[in-house]
Design a protein around this ligand. Structure first.
Ligand SMILES: O=C(CO)[C@H](O)[C@H](O)COP(=O)(O)O
Length: 223
């Protein structure tokens, strides 16, 4: 399985050129992207990265990938990120690693967003993977009940028996919808709820999805 993740990650890194400011996504597929990018930087590639999570920041530093101060960059040329699900319209469900807010802030700024996944992530409808929704801790039980009215079962994410805390100091509710037929509408409705910071639905954001399967890479582009 990791062979496909590595393959697709290496293919995406070929798109990075000298002088670019690059959004660095999060997750186990992005791990391979960072490894390949670290090698290219060692060979002289000159780029700066904007990490989307503390984990990515730490790994990028270890690999010698130069990072920019986000507040000082004019724009992002290219972002490369993973996803938990991709639908036929290239809408995404993300946040399995809990980094959805920073990922969305960085990915939305990028002139081009490349998503790297293996074939297990490609679905007809989003929602088999529970939708991560980041909420502020204050009054989270109330927020959770209001989210549930949209037809899901929200569960607060736990780690080592404690509430999982995002890089932004918030909780993540994993919301089991089973199937999301209208992701754009659902995203807009959930965003309207006070207490919701962001949802893991990335609508109309990806320009390219690279899918690794059976030792090959399929490139899906927006119709
Ligand atoms: O959204 C994410 C983290 O918040 C990741 O991109 C997503 O979970 C995919 O991760 P992986 O490549 O490990 O399957």
């Amino acid at each position: 399985m990791d062979t496909n993740k590595k393959l697709v990650a290496e293919k995406a890194v070929e798109e990075i050129k000298d002088g670019m400011t690059v959004g660095l996504g999060s997750g186990s597929t992005v791990y391979w992207m960072l490894q390949a990018l670290g090698e290219r930087v060692k060979d002289g590639l000159e780029i700066v990265g904007i990490p989307t999570s503390q984990k990515t920041e730490k790994l990028a530093k270890e690999l010698g990938i130069p990072l920019a101060d986000f507040s000082s960059v004019d724009g992002i040329d290219l972002a490369i990120d993973g996803a938990d699900e991709v639908d036929p319209h290239l809408n995404l469900l993300k946040g399995g690693g809990g980094s959805l807010v920073r990922e969305k802030i960085v990915d939305i700024l990028a002139k081009r967003l490349i998503i790297i996944v293996d074939e297990t992530k490609v679905v007809d409808y989003l929602g088999t993977f529970p939708l991560p929704v980041e909420v502020v801790p204050f009054g989270w039980e109330t927020t959770s009940k209001r989210i549930a009215e949209y037809g899901c079962l929200p569960r607060r994410r736990e780690q080592n028996g404690e509430a999982f805390i995002s890089d932004n100091g918030n909780y993540i509710l994993d919301c089991d919808f089973e199937s999301i037929e209208k992701p754009a509408e659902l995203h807009e409705n959930l965003k309207m709820l006070v207490g919701v910071v962001e949802t893991g639905l990335f609508i109309n954001m990806a320009d390219v999805v690279m899918v690794g399967h059976a030792g090959m890479v399929d490139v899906l582009t927006k119709a």
